[in-house]
Design a protein around this ligand. Structure first.
Ligand SMILES: Nc1nc2c(c(=O)[nH]1)N[C@H]1C(S)=C(S)[C@@H](COP(=O)(O)OP(=O)(O)OC[C@H]3O[C@@H](n4cnc5c(N)ncnc54)[C@H](O)[C@@H]3O)O[C@H]1N2
Ligand code: MOO
Length: 400
């Protein structure tokens, strides 16, 4: 059976980023920049004062000397004259430094009396001046290609006078739940039925990853129904849920086969999520997730989110792996990579401590919802003692 890493590479390697579109800054959060964004304005755009005080000539700042205030230059209202020897201009944080001045005397070190200012402290050339372009210059790259845009990227883009960013189109991810037992949450649940938790959960995970979920009506357990769900479907990836295992009613593969499914792999060495399936139908990549909700979500973290990252052009699409200390001993692992749902706290030294829940059933959604992390156990990992370091993926950090 394939390893988690091999399966992920095979899924990701088959994907190409979506096409490009222009996105306004107020809609850019979580989008991925497709091209380097170059500044159209330097920051700061000119030499400006970093403090409230007076624009002066350093040579004039002999303590006790008196300067004539020849003007006032609030931020946004530059002084058009010059600061000649023996004179100064009142300015504020963000004010343009007037011609002739080479430093700023802060008001705490000056005594104002009408149009006169007495210098109380000498100032070196260049004090409290933010130089033009000290942050970036016109033409500098302020956002690299492949970056998932956060609030700070939006801030620097605005400072660079760039109201639009070229981004990859949000990938459209179709979600197809399958199963006769699946009922809409909120509807009466028939005998033997179960509320469809996977669809809203995965749609939310897809949205959190910056893609657009396209929720299809759940398909009954029949080859015709599953095949029919594909008719007229346009998306960047199809995610099926359930019907992936070996039961008589696990018909997703057979349904897809009716429309020419080319399978890449089925079943991998992981828990939960063993029956994961991957292939293409009519050129559209298909990820078949197991129906157990915990399995579906863990597979989404390990495979779907990186796939969305690749489709979106995100250069850092792998789930981030951190380490933590185990709060409880674990037995040796079998041949499947395990992903234990766990809570996180801090020990007395401030170190991250993870405690896997004692019961790891892949239908237990409340446990999953309360988990802050997955503890990663490699195939055949030896027994681990409390205090040992283990790899984890933080679910709370993923916004899931
Ligand atoms: N004989 C074997 N049986 C099973 C094996 C195996 O290797 N041999 N694998 C087990 C593993 S591991 C998993 S995981 C599951 C995966 O099964 P399927 O992908 O075929 O999923 P279903 O049978 O359709 O559903 C499993 C479970 O999840 C519930 N479910 C399904 N869809 C939803 C949904 N949208 N919302 C909420 N709950 C859902 C479904 O009712 C079942 O209870 O197979 C094992 N079996
Ligand atoms: O691999 Mo299944 O996903 O254990 O529950």
């Amino acid at each position: 059976m394939l390893s988690v890493a091999e399966a992920r590479s095979r899924i990701i390697d088959g994907l190409r980023p979506t096409g490009l579109e222009q996105v306004m800054l107020d809609a850019a959060l979580g989008r991925v920049a497709a091209r380097p964004l170059e500044a159209r304005l330097s920051n700061p755009p000119a030499d400006i004062s970093a403090m409230d005080g007076y624009a002066v000539r350093a040579g004039d700042t002999v303590p006790g000397s008196v300067l004539a205030v020849v003007g006032t230059a609030p931020a946004g209202h530059p002084f058009t004259g010059r600061v000649d020897p023996g004179s100064c201009v009142r300015l504020f944080t963000g004010s343009l430094l007037p011609d002739g001045a080479d430093t700023v005397l802060i008001q705490e070190n000056a005594t104002r009396d009408g149009d006169r200012v007495t210098v109380n402290e000498a100032v070196a050339v260049g004090r409290h001046i933010r130089r033009m372009g000290q942050d970036f210059l016109v033409g500098d790259t302020v956002v690299p290609a492949g970056r998932k845009l956060g609030a700070r990227d939006i801030g620097v883009s605005a400072a660079a006078n760039r109201p639009w960013i070229t981004c990859h189109r949000r990938p459209v991810i179709a979600v197809l739940a399958t199963g006769d037992e699946i009922a809409l949450p909120g509807e009466p649940i028939p005998p033997g039925g179960i509320a469809n938790s996977n669809t809203p959960m995965l749609a939310a995970a897809i949205r959190a990853a910056g893609a657009e979920p396209l929720v299809l009506p759940p398909a009954r357990d029949s080859i015709a129904a599953i095949a029919g769900s594909l008719d007229g479907l346009r998306c960047d990836m199809l995610v099926t849920i359930g019907g992936a295992s070996v039961g008589d009613y696990d018909l997703v593969q057979a349904g897809l086969a009716e429309r020419g499914f080319a399978i890449d792999f089925w079943k991998i060495a992981m828990r939960p999520g063993k029956p994961l399936m991957h292939g293409t139908v009519g050129g559209t990549p298909v990820l078949g997730l197991p129906g157990n909700p915990v399995s579906a979500l863990v597979c989404a973290v390990l495979f779907l989110l990186p796939a969305i990252g690749r489709l979106s052009g995100d250069s850092a699409a792998q789930p981030e792996i951190e380490t933590a200390r185990l709060g409880a001993a674990l037995p040796a692992n079998d041949q499947r990579a395990d992903h234990l749902r766990a809570s996180i706290s801090r020990d007395d030294a401030g170190d991250l401590l993870v405690v896997p829940f004692p019961r790891q059933d892949s239908g237990m959604l409340r446990r999953l919802a309360l988990s802050e992390a997955l503890v990663l156990r490699a195939p055949h990992a030896a027994a681990a003692a409390a205090g040992d370091r283990v790899d984890i993926i933080r679910l709370d950090r993923l916004g899931l």
